[in-house]
Design a protein around this ligand. Structure first.
Ligand code: PEP
Ligand code: MG
Length: 598
């Protein structure tokens, strides 16, 4: 079984069952051809004509994406169009034709490989993600120049497309009755094609290394975009099991759809505030569509990643305003730069450190680089002139970090006033509780700030001493560990005693079982990943605070993470059908309503 079950990254949920259609999508063999000096200008004209034709093809695909996925999603084709409009890039190819007498396709291949190497070596995640666009454009132009037509397979029946790399073009190229699922060796959750597949509701698994070697054309596959798995050559029993799971998931989706406009209120009347986490501008639309009451975590590092210069005050203020405009009347919590750790984007120079997660990161960087920090604070103050913008400081370990940030905010507010620039006189400043130090000091942190928001990703990492990105330790990385739960309870109690709001914005809040536990621990504001909003809203409407509190109390007394999680699942099973919530859920053994002892 395990050899037939392949594991990748689930980037778009849902189950697809069908035969594989394999697309190699690699660069065609480009013959080494030189042209006579007299033919050089003709070759340049051939290149320009091909670029023009391919631009037209991409515009057609973009229109198809508008029809199938929406205007915002279709913008991802702009990256490919921009490449074909990039004067420097095109001049480089023309120079290769003129100076080295290369044929247009060889010159294009050389230049594209040069750019590819440059981007692949860059530390910028964004540039790396654009490699799929570059590859897509290169394959198209070279195929056109070689007069081969696009590498498009014949699809006779509903199939699962398997490719090394899936660009946005391939995602929208086929009709839904031809392609029912996508599988690629490369790609991550934030790849353009993944975002498109998600908006189109097409199940997709990416990042499955070696897929093309293990899957032959025509083989039957069960692709599960929720679990991130692909089962090759399934038995009839496995196929009927997958069909049943697909039906159960659809049932849940129908229930979720019905709840989308309803408030997140528990069965015993507690109103829970549900906000969205926004990492990239693409997520604003999804958060809005799923009814987010503002943004509880606006990550700002992307403003630097993939850019050649640091963002200006105007650019940042414009972005904060744009996000605020999308959620009128609701707060937008701007998390100040969390640079360092694994995030040191290109235009920001940083030293190499032996332990970056224990090093120069987040608020430490900002306070040591006040010029960088002040620009961001000014942008937030300016955007706050017309909208409820809040600031939140990451990786706080000391009270002085909050005090100093407040001083800088006050200084910049005064300077903006003197300069006659429209800006708020101040903004609420919150502490992101994501270190054990901040959690243990939560009572004092609450005194010096306006709100607390728990970053459970880092809080778990630092409390349990488990690198959050280390796959080998993945089973040790759990916010259900009683050590983390005790800190979560401490923070909720401290905020309540100080009369300050407390929320959770780490991934824990996006998981239904954990969200139930968080309610019980005293958190009534949760900020979750936009795609998880409908599920968490629906869950809240099925449970009572009394049930959640009882579960949390028992979980706090558990002696291990596994027992704590079983306790919570067990309690939740009294309110909702866990199999419906997550068809793959691990159910604790024992009768549903029996008392579960830690
Ligand atoms: C966290 O640490 O929980 C968090 C939300 O911040 P990030 O994942 O950006 O570190
Ligand atoms: Mg964090």
């Amino acid at each position: 079984m395990s050899e037939r079950l392949l594991k990748g990254i689930g980037v778009s949920p849902g189950i697809a069952i069908g035969p594989a259609v394999c697309v190699r999508g690699t660069l065609p063999e480009v013959p080494q051809r030189v042209v006579a000096r007299s033919q050089v200008e003709k070759e340049v004209r051939r290149l320009r004509a091909a670029v023009r034709d391919v631009k037209r093809q991409i515009q057609t695909l973009k229109q198809r994406a508008v029809d199938r996925a929406g205007v915002d999603e279709a913008r991802i084709f702009d990256a490919q169009l921009l490449m074909l409009e990039d004067k420097e890039f095109l001049r480089g190819i023309e120079n290769l034709i003129r100076e080295n007498h290369l044929a247009a396709e060889k010159a294009f291949e050389f230049k594209a490989l040069e750019v590819r190497d440059l981007w692949a070596a860059s530390p910028s995640a964004r540039l790396k993600e654009r490699l799929a666009d570059l590859n897509g454009v290169t394959v198209r132009v070279i195929q056109h120049l070689l007069d081969r037509g696009a590498d498009e397979p014949e699809i006779a029946q509903p199939s699962i497309l398997v490719a090394r790399e899936i660009g946005p073009g391939l995602t929208v190229q086929f009709d839904r009755d031809q392609v029912i699922g996508l599988l690629s060796e490369e790609g991550t959750r934030t790849s353009h094609a993944a975002i498109l597949a998600h908006s189109m509701g097409m199940p997709a698994v990416m990042g499955l290394a070696g897929a093309l070697d293990r899957i032959a054309p025509g083989m039957t596959l069960i692709l599960d975009g929720t679990r991130g798995t692909v089962l090759v050559d399934p038995t009839p029993a496995e196929i009927s099991d997958a069909r049943e799971r697909a039906v159960r998931r659809r049932e849940l989706e129908h229930q979720l759809e019905r709840a989308v406009d309803q408030p997140a209120v528990t069965t015993d009347g507690t109103r829970v505030v549900l906000r969205g986490n926004v990492d990239l501008p693409d997520e604003i639309a999804a958060a809005r569509q799923h009814g987010a009451e503002g943004v509880g975590l606006l990550r700002t590092e992307f403003l630097i990643t993939g850019h050649t210069a640091l963002p200006t005050e105007d650019e940042q203020a414009g972005y904060f305003r744009r996000v605020a405009d999308a959620f009128p009347g609701h707060p937008v919590v701007v998390r100040t730069y969390d640079l360092g750790g694994d995030k040191f984007p290109a235009p920001f120079r940083a030293p190499v450190e032996p332990n970056p997660f224990l090093g120069w990161r987040a608020i430490r960087v900002c306070l040591d680089e006040p010029a960088l920090f002040r620009v961001q604070l000014r942008a937030a103050l300016r955007a706050a002139a017309g909208a409820p913008i809040h600031l939140m400081i990451p990786l706080v370990t000391r009270l002085e970090e909050v005090d100093r940030t407040r001083e800088l905010v006050a200084e910049e507010a005064e300077r903006l006033r003197q300069q006659g620039i429209a800006a708020a006189a101040t903004v609420p400043v919150g502490v992101m509780v994501e270190t054990p130090a901040a959690a243990v000091m939560a009572d004092r942190m609450a005194e010096v700030s306006d709100f607390l928001s728990v970053g459970t990703n880092d809080l778990t990492q630092y409390t349990l001493v488990v690198d959050r990105g280390n796959a080998r330790l993945a089973d040790r990385f759990t916010p259900h560990d009683p050590a983390v739960l005790r800190l979560l309870k401490l923070v909720a109690n401290a905020a309540q005693a100080a009369g300050k709001p407390a929320s959770v914005c780490g991934e824990m809040a996006s998981d239904p079982v954990s969200a139930f536990l968080l309610l019980g621990l005293g958190y009534e504001t949760l900020s979750v990943a936009p795609p998880a909003l409908p599920l968490i809203r629906w869950l809240i409407r099925q449970v009572s605070i009394a049930q959640a509190r009882a579960a949390a109390e028992a979980a706090l007394a558990a002696r291990s993470a596994r027992l704590a999680e079983d306790i919570v699942r067990f309690a939740l099973a009294d309110a909702v059908d866990l199999q419906l919530l997550d068809p793959d859920a691990r159910l604790p053994t024992g009768r549903r309503s029996a008392t579960f002892r830690p």
